[in-house]
Ligand binder design. Structure first.
Ligand code: TYM
Length: 328
């Protein structure tokens, strides 16, 4: 039986945090055996926000090294950089011409990002979901493992693919969003009402994968909770719920056994326990990352091989789309 194929991407816009890891990357790693995997560092998406060109190139290699350190195994998965394959941008144009303004205008991420960057609301930021749809549709995938914040973009991808197939003829496979049951929306430690994000400025907002053990401990200790005195999974207590969900994923324990473990104990005890398990889980990632970053030639080789492997799929889909719309 042939394996189902998945594609996912991540932007090289800063060190990855626990939200990226639990919502996406950890799931990519854990299901590598089950699927045929294509993972991509989406650097062309990153330039929708102003970037320092030299730093962007460096951050792109750093993120690739981080994904390998997290456990992406190139024997099972192809890893490459979006800008290595021109068909991403080329297909995005064809899709752009087939997405109604109204559909694109509804994207909440555009609204959030333009509110955060009022001085640089560019056309690329608006068209961002068309490029994301192209990333996915080029590879004829069954699934797209992402966090919950990408759900709306996935719906737009499915819509444009179905419309295209109907209007021009069969071209794209219709992909499903693969969103984890736990970890799909990790919240900020300082403000559990807002999603953990790379761009938030709060010092205790996010745990970054390269944070030192001391920093991780301090951030968890300062995490916002509430004034109750029971430790239970309760979605109406977002700070506590967020912490317990993080603990659940890293320990693989059941919710019942976690609640039992903390009967009669206070938040201080819980926060230390979570910090310890996160520190130990991230330690090997941090160590492997440092080793990999000493050999950037190796990273470059892996990315070149990844691009070489998947390029024929992208070229074949793009050529078909081009022909169907009458571009010669
Ligand atoms: P990006 O780079 O913002 O995030 C990468 C992945 O991390 C997930 N994520 C989270 N999950 C849980 N809790 C959080 N707080 C959290 N923050 C981020 C995201 O859902 C994502 O899965 N548009 C995408 C990149 C992209 C892409 C694609 C993804 C471009 N093309 C094609 C899939 C397929 C993005 O900005 O992800």
């Amino acid at each position: 039986m042939t394996k189902k194929r998945v594609f996912s991407g991540i932007q090289p816009t800063g060190t990855i945090h626990l939200g990226n890891y639990l919502g996406a990357v950890k799931n990519w790693v854990d299901s590598q055996e089950r699927y045929e995997n294509i993972f991509c560092v989406v650097n062309s998406h990153a330039i929708t926000i102003k970037q320092d060109p030299k730093q962007l190139a460096q951050k792109t290699y750093e993120l690739a090294a981080m994904l390998l350190a997290c456990g992406i195994d190139t024997k099972k998965s192809s890893l490459f950089i979006q800008s290595q394959i021109d068909e991403h941008a080329a297909l995005a144009w064809i899709l752009d011409c087939n997405i109604p303004m109204g559909d694109m205008s509804r994207m909440t991420q555009f609204k959030d990002k333009s509110a955060k960057n009022p001085k640089n609301i560019n056309v690329g930021l608006f068209n961002y979901p068309a490029l994301m749809a192209a990333d996915i549709l080029l590879y004829q995938v069954d699934g797209v493992p992402v966090g919950e914040d990408q759900k709306q973009h996935l719906e737009l991808t499915r819509d444009v693919a179905m419309r295209f197939n109907r209007d021009y003829g069969e071209c794209f496979k219709i992909p499903e969003a693969l969103i984890p049951k736990v970890g799909a929306r990790v919240m900020g430690l300082d403000n559990p009402e807002s999603k953990m994000s790379k761009s938030s400025s709060g010092a205790n907002h996010a745990i970054f994968l390269l944070d030192t053990p001391e920093v991780i401990m301090t951030k968890f200790k300062k995490a916002t909770t509430d004034s109750h005195n029971t430790i239970v999974f309760d979605t109406t207590r977002p700070g506590l719920y967020n912490l317990l969900s993080i603990y659940e994923i890293f320990t693989h324990k059941s919710r019942e056994s976690i609640e039992e473990e903390f009967v009669g104990k206070g938040y201080g005890h819980l926060k230390t326990a979570i910090a310890e398990v996160v520190i130990e889980s991230l330690r090997p990632i941090r160590e492997t990352y440092k080793k990999l970053m000493n050999d950037q030639a190796y990273i470059k080789q892996i990315l070149d091989e990844g691009a070489q492997k998947v390029r024929p799929i992208a070229t074949s889909t793009y050529n078909k789309a081009k022909e169907l719309v009458g571009l010669i």
